[in-house]
Write a protein that binds this ligand. Structure first.
Ligand code: UD1
Length: 422
């Protein structure tokens, strides 16, 4: 398995282009299942999770063609051959569950393995199941698979979610576009990726109102047609690279960066003494003083501080002046990066869902282990600030969510290299 070696202490300068959002693309690709006409996605990120979704869709009979090195993905599901999402593919990535809603809507049946993905909590499927049952699906759990049928097709309904789950909102939104009648999703997730999904569906003829708010109304239509859609900017990649010049020193412009995608995060950076300004091409980030200041962080659904930036923020706070408290409210087991950061000299105490970080003047390079996607990149960020060499092992998680991290950071002056594994 590959590892990444970072040698700290280099201030950064230059520009980094931010890719299309992984989490948006993973929801947009299954949209192909809702129509027999072609769907083309532009500004797609080049990531292993996208390859996993490609394999899954191909196993269902979708034709997937990657163009321009993967930046453009053409999908066509005119000849759907299967409605079964097999364990072998689904176990690699939880977002595989996003084929459930579209398959039910188009084929009125689906068999989907229970998902895998990052080991950051239990991540059950109850919200998806209850929501699709409200639309008239019957769903049984047998042998690790969800067996779902919608006899006579899905029917629009009121769908209150017990928690604003991103994946459940996406599954219901897709399913409801072809259901008979009106669906109202209450306590819907408000993430920008949901807005992007709704915009794509609307381009295909879906009737949707209220995306980006807690109530989304969908009027079912008989069929959807083809479309071309550009994937929204990846706010998590954006936030990750915004932290790089704060940790390493210097100034970086994030091309394609948008303040509205990272408002809560940028507010915390401002409180930590970081200047974030909008430019004609994106966002410019630099630290105002010599060292960032401690800030407290609570992760929440959008528009709150994203859980997917918690690990990276912790890496920064490890070097900040003062004591910070991070509270993780979305996933119950998402501090696996803490012991690894401690190997680099960080002072962190974890009690349940709360981590208390006492900033130190300097971290030390050390061999560390990547445990999940965002944890991996937090260790690379910490390495940028550390004295000496940090070797991040088991980086396959990183390639699930970050395009060429070593090239992007290397181009702005970081000393970083990938060491191919055996
Ligand atoms: C999506 C993102 C992920 C992000 C997360 C929260 C994708 C592909 N992934 O994941 O990067 O960290 O949103 O912003 O978009 N839950 C249940 N029952 C369910 C569904 C979820 O209890 O049926 C719980 C989960 O265990 C978790 C919380 O709800 O604790 C949030 O999950 P959810 O919003 O569904 O996240 P995902 O869609 O899986």
């Amino acid at each position: 398995m590959d590892s990444i070696i970072v040698t700290g202490g280099q201030p950064l300068s230059g520009q980094i282009s931010i890719a299309g959002a992984k989490n948006a693309a993973l929801a947009l690709m299954p949209v192909t299942l809702l129509t027999d006409e072609p769907l083309t996605l532009t500004n797609a990120p080049r990531l292993s999770d996208i390859k996993t979704m490609t394999l899954l869709l191909e196993s269902l009979g979708t034709e997937v063609t990657a163009m321009q090195g993967g930046k453009v993905i053409a999908l066509s599901s005119h000849g759907l051959t299967s409605t079964r999402a097999d364990y072998d593919i689904v176990r690699k990535m939880r977002a595989s569950n996003l084929v459930l809603g579209p398959l039910l809507a188009r084929a009125h049946q689906a068999v989907v393995s229970l998902p895998g993905g990052c080991a950051i909590g239990a991540r059950p499927m109850d919200i998806h199941i209850t929501a699709l049952e409200a639309l008239g699906a019957e769903i049984d759990l047998r042998d690790g698979y969800l067996h779902a049928v919608a006899r006579g097709g899905l029917r629009g309904a009121r769908v209150p979610l017990r928690f604003a789950s991103v994946g459940a909102t996406e599954n219901v939104l897709m399913a409801a576009t072809l259901a008979r009648g009106t669906t109202v999703i209450e306590n819907a997730a408000r993430e920008p990726e949901i807005v992007d999904l709704a915009q794509c569906l609307r381009r295909m003829g879906a009737q949707i109102e209220g995306e980006g708010t807690s109530t989304i109304t969908i009027e079912g239509v008989d069929r959807l047609h083809g479309a071309t859609h550009s994937v929204v900017t990846d706010r998590i990649e954006l936030g990750t690279y915004m932290l790089a010049p704060v940790i390493a020193g210097g100034e970086i412009e994030l091309l394609g960066g948008r303040m509205d995608l990272v408002a809560a995060f940028a507010e915390k950076l401002d409180a930590a003494g970081v200047s974030v300004t909008e430019t004609a091409k994106g966002l410019l980030v630099r630290l105002r003083g010599d060292r960032p200041r401690a800030v407290d962080v609570v992760t929440e659904p959008f528009p709150g501080f994203p859980t997917d930036l918690q690990a990276q923020m912790m890496a920064m706070l490890c070097c900040a002046e003062g004591v910070s408290v991070l509270e993780e409210r979305i996933f119950e087991n998402r501090f696996m990066h803490a012991p690894e950061l401690m190997r680099m000299g960080a002072q962190i105490e974890v009690h349940g869902g709360t981590a208390t970080v006492t900033g130190v003047e300097r971290l030390r390079g050390a061999p560390v282990m990547a445990t999940d996607l965002r944890a991996s990149v937090s260790l690379i960020l910490a390495g940028l600030a550390a004295e000496g060499e940090t070797q991040v092992n088991r980086v396959y998680h990183l390639d699930r969510g970050y395009e060429h991290v070593e090239d992007k950071l290397g181009a702005v002056g970081a000393r970083i290299a990938r060491v191919p594994g055996s």
